[in-house]
Design a protein around this ligand. Sequence first.
Ligand code: CTP
Length: 435
Amino acid sequence: MQWKCWYNTDAMNLARQIEQYIPRQLLELVRDISGQAAKQGQRVYLVGGVVRDLLLGDPSLRSGPRFDLDLVVEGDAVKLAQQVAETSQAKLLAHHRFGTAKLRYDNFTLDLATARKETYAKPGALPTVTPGTLKDDLVRRDFSINAMAISLALNDYGKLVDPYQGKNDLEHRRIRILHPESFSDDATRILRAVRYEQRLCFELEAQTVELLKRDIPMLDTISGDRIRHELELILKEKRPEFVIKRLAGLGVLPRISPSLKGNGWIAEKFDRARRLKKPAQLPSLYFCLLIYSFSERGIEQFLARFNISAKLSRAMRDTLRLKTKLSLLDKSSLKPSEIYYLLREYEPVAIQANAIASEPSMAHRHLQLFLTKLRYVRTPLDGEELKRLGISAGPEMGKVLQVLHKAKLDGEVRTKADEKKLALSLAPKLKWQGR
Ligand code: CTP
């Protein structure tokens, strides 16, 4: 991958890049916030991923349709955000305890945080937060490339603040933690390190790899929700299989779940999934493929440990349940209606996962047939029309609708007239059966 890198220029001022890449409306707002802060003797900085991506010359790396910016305030971020919310259309969400506030606009989000120091009482615990300087705020961060800031103050607008050589690490394309306890303080950084490494085609710096491996057991100190969130972020990457493979190579994957695999099978199936599905639908499909080789016990442990949502749990369980039933679909003699009634109880994403995971076979073809055609088949006759034909609402009508649907699936009726004829022929029989 080729990046157009600004860091090769001598300039330590990124005003031009800011103007070029940040949407005008958002930039005006950010400048206005900085102006309001200045009146109170406070300074505001752009921080985190956006600084990294501006230096890389490609803020389109910012994932998702919304443009989100992180701002650090040397001062009181919550108070500042409250002032801004009063004079703009923003929705405000403040966390007084952490000194942070979120301002939500239609097309973007601003996260304001009071510059802070963090200490961890024990590994994996939430940090204890006290106000600090910008430098304190940067050193508490995950990697040097994410620990840079850009000043938004009028007197040095655009100036890069880089106390931990993040720019140098960008130049050398490496991911480096800022202190030896970084991974044990917050082991989600193990997953984040590999995600950035693979996204940017960088490499983990040698000592960072050592410490990462040392601290793999610290993943056990992290709540299921936080690990799941990181897994979701991985599965939103353009090529999540690279991240999964690397996590496997580093020995991280078994610590998350002993049955997870990062092999060529996953890579091939993820690639196929991408060719079939829109990006928004991919993460749940990837999850179903990830657990394809799990046992029933393994999946239950996984769902419980990572507090997976009810909908996704259903899809993942259905994936494995359907896998054990594929032999029923592996018969050429099956009628379309039989395929439909075998598959209709499963979540579509579970059927899709099985279609991707299964090798070319009759079962595979039947899964595809269901996904592309059978599940959309409807009969044009509805309840009202059946009533007009003299069929009364209730079980009788239910049966007629089912027979019509089956006939439609099997191509036995084609037109509305065919359906009416079939419905009328059925009505007396049903009455007779009901007696
Ligand atoms: N951060 C951190 N440790 C974490 C999570 C986040 O230090 N466990 C810091 C990093 O400085 C990071 C910033 O918070 O840059 C914002 O985090 P996030 O929004 O998750 O990532 P971005 O850097 O914006 O990167 P991207 O959205 O491109 O993944």
